[in-house]
Design a protein around this ligand. Structure first.
Ligand code: CTP
Length: 400
């Protein structure tokens, strides 16, 4: 499972550092290549000789080797590694990571890390509970670091409570599941449309719909967690962009703008997921000034067809590209979804029915059926949109 994976194991100075030797041994047994980086305090708890013997590599601790002057490049380590795991991470190391206090090799390596970072905290229960530690943990989580929660139990101080570093075999499980998930979209580019489009009538009015964008945003987050490069093209929604470096958001208002943004971006993407509720029609004329009601008894707005983004992209689909559309139907669900799948030349269509309570617009849950151009029809239970996003990505990656 971990064969060929490059892992930087960061060890800071806590009693739990003795467990890092077990962790290192397990990682090596699973086939990973591990480079240990240890803090000066870490060396008080476990010797570099033990760690070097287990990893088969000299341990990095100082910025350079004193007698030779050889420089240890934290930047190179960042480029080499697929994952950095800091176990144990003491309150002090967590604080330095959160605030960029680069006074040792572990922190400089962390600050140069291009790879994802997992943190297994270990400390006394009061230190763990302290608002300062908790704020630092929240900050690191928000920046995309993965926290392996400490466990409750007997602590080095003799006290009992939360603060024990997770056991090495469980940390390995977390590492394996991380690779299983994130690998699947590494080096992949994904274009996602989300939310409604607004079609202006005059400077203060528009034609829109109830789409919240939640489903498209959940898919964007799922793709980002798996390591994909996401371009998220959104109509007007109230949602904030999920905080991942690998999500680029492009904001548009109208169907025409969304169409243009998709055309500009779609060729270099591997997977295209069209979750936006695009307005099918727009007023043929947008009044320059607010339309006044005085003297107007009947109002007729002439609408013209908007471009069908899915159909346009479908007709230009490149070999190897996977294209996924959505169909929100109120009746003849399956028949209508199949028609759209074929007409728009999609590989998959995700059907949700407005007849299912708790599915569709503005809800946090959804109930979908996935239909493929190869005839698969896979129903799913009612789930949170975040879990539905996982199902969608798992399905398109694993079902051919
Ligand atoms: N879609 C699109 N551009 C449009 C209309 C729809 O890209 N102008 C996409 C949607 O994002 C969705 C799929 O096509 O992935 C189906 O959208 P839907 O509105 O259900 O289908 P329509 O073709 O508009 O058909 P109708 O509204 O008549 O049901």
């Amino acid at each position: 499972m971990l064969k060929g994976k490059h892992i930087v194991l960061g060890i800071s100075g806590g009693i739990a550092a003795y467990k890092s030797a077990y962790l290192l041994r397990l990682l090596i047994k699973k086939g990973a290549e591990v480079q240990v980086v240890i803090t000066p305090n870490g060396k008080e708890f476990i010797t570099p000789a033990t760690l070097a013997a287990l990893s088969g590599k000299p341990v990095v601790s100082d910025f350079f080797t004193a007698n030779t002057g050889e420089w240890h490049s934290h930047v190179d380590l960042g480029l080499w590694a697929d994952l950095m795991v800091i176990a144990p991470a003491t309150a002090c190391t967590i604080g330095k990571m959160a605030h960029g206090i680069a006074d040792n090799m572990l922190i400089t390596t962390y600050l140069s890390a291009k790879e994802p970072v997992m943190i297994a905290p270990a400390m006394d229960l009061d230190m763990w509970k302290h608002p300062s530690t908790q704020d630092n943990i929240t900050l690191l989580k928000r920046r995309g670091n993965i926290i392996i929660e400490p466990k409750s139990g007997e602590l080095a101080s003799g006290l009992v409570g939360k603060g024990r570093m997770e056991e090495p075999d469980k940390i390995v499980e977390a590492i394996e599941s991380f690779f299983a998930k994130s690998q699947s979209l590494r080096d992949k580019k994904i274009l996602i449309t989300a939310g409604p489009t607004y079609e202006n009538i005059d400077p203060v009015r528009f034609i829109g719909n109830y789409s919240s964008g939640k489903m498209g945003f959940a898919i964007a987050e799922e793709c980002a967690v798996r390591g994909g490069q996401v371009t998220l093209i959104t109509g007007p929604v109230a949602l904030t962009t999920p905080q991942y470096e690998n999500i680029k958001r492009i904001k548009v208002i109208s169907a025409k703008e969304m169409h243009a943004a998709c055309m500009e971006n779609f060729t270099h993407n591997d997977i295209i997921i069209l979750a936006a509720a695009v307005a099918d029609y727009a007023p043929d004329y947008v009044a320059e000034k607010k339309i006044k009601r005085e003297g107007v008894e009947d109002m007729v707005i002439h609408l013209v067809k908007n471009p069908d983004i899915a159909a346009t992209l479908g007709s230009r689909k490149l070999s190897g590209q996977i294209m996924v559309g959505f169909a929100l139907e109120t009746d003849n669900e399956l028949e209508n979804a199949l028609k759209k799948l074929n007409k728009k030349n999609l590989d998959w269509i995700v059907l949700n029915s407005l007849r299912d309570a708790e599915a569709g617009f503005m809800k946090d849950t959804n109930k979908i059926t996935m239909i493929s151009s190869h005839g698969q029809l896979i129903p799913f239970d009612l789930k949170s949109k975040r879990t539905v996003a996982k199902d969608i990505i798992d399905t398109i990656l694993t079902q051919k």
